[in-house]
Design a protein around this ligand. Structure first.
Ligand SMILES: [Zn+2]
Ligand SMILES: [Zn+2]
Length: 273
């Protein structure tokens, strides 16, 4: 199974980092987790396309994680010539978000149907709203879920994937909690969105200070990985985004608590498990 970090950015615009998203390639089964800014472009770089997706899984309904779902829906529709159904899974509220996105696209959908004969109806999107703890299969991939903690966003859902004996946990934005421990137990790779509290604390900006209480610090992610026996820790959605010269410092902070390999994500970093 390949875990491709298709977007390692955060809400803050970055020329080199697309918004949060991660692609799971389990054989021919492609599953996308979140769909932040630029996701379709990065999927192309990862050898995937919206029409290849067996499912789109949403961790939570913060805009940075879902802002390009409209692009996924449109391109899935067009590239399957209207024959495919896009499967979307996410927390309660996902169905309403999809409905409103499709409403916003109504004029475009009308133009394309008027112009392309194969498009006889609009995009078909099948939404499954999940409760934390649900588990299900997508082709030959087992997916388990658990509640994460990112209040006031509620509920937020983390995912664990199992395919041919390999495992990966993609837990999204969260502070350490029981759900994250459950998903990352003995996992082959644990992907965590992280911040550097020690740096953010020094930035005099009220809205940046607000992010401190609902994200994992690098050291907290490392402690979780050590506690649960995760075999590798991959960091993504880093705030503030480090330059490559700063990577050793980030790794050092994690290594103080965790002996395993720590991977600092760049867009298209691929972890094979
Ligand atoms: Zn986020
Ligand atoms: Zn968030």
């Amino acid at each position: 199974m390949d875990i491709v970090l298709t977007g390692t950015g955060s809400p803050l615009p970055d020329a080199n980092r697309a918004g949060p998203s991660t692609l799971v390639k389990a054989g021919d089964t492609h599953i996308l987790v979140d769909c932040g800014r630029g996701v379709v472009m990065r999927m192309a770089g990862a050898g995937s396309m919206p029409s290849f997706l067996a499912g789109v899984l949403i961790t939570h309904l913060h805009s940075d994680h879902i802002c390009d779902l409209n692009d996924i829906m449109t391109m899935h529709w067009v590239m399957t010539e209207g024959n495919g159904t896009l499967k979307v899974y996410g927390p309660p509220g996902t169905a309403e978000f999809v409905k409103r996105q499709l409403h916003a696209l109504e004029l475009d959908v009308g133009y394309r149907m008027a112009h392309h004969e194969p498009l006889i109806e609009g995009p078909k999107v099948d939404v499954t709203e999940l409760e934390p703890g649900d588990s299900f299969e997508i082709n030959d991939v087992s997916v388990t879920t658990a509640a994460t903690m990112h209040a006031p966003v509620h509920p937020t859902i983390g995912y664990r994937f199992e395919h041919e004996g390999s495992t990966a946990a993609l837990v999204g934005d969260t502070i350490p909690c029981d759900g994250v421990d459950e998903l990352t137990a003995d996992v082959d790779v644990y992907v965590q969105t992280v911040i550097r509290s020690d740096i953010v604390e020094t930035i005099h900006n009220v809205m940046l200070q607000d992010i401190l209480d609902y994200h994992s610090d690098v050291t907290e992610a490392a402690q979780t990985a050590a506690r649960t026996g995760a075999k590798r820790l991959a960091l993504t959605h880093m705030v503030p985004a480090p330059t490559p010269e700063q990577y050793p410092e980030w790794i050092e902070r994690a290594a103080a608590y965790y002996d395993g390999e720590v991977i600092i994500g760049d867009d298209l970093t691929t972890i094979t498990v």
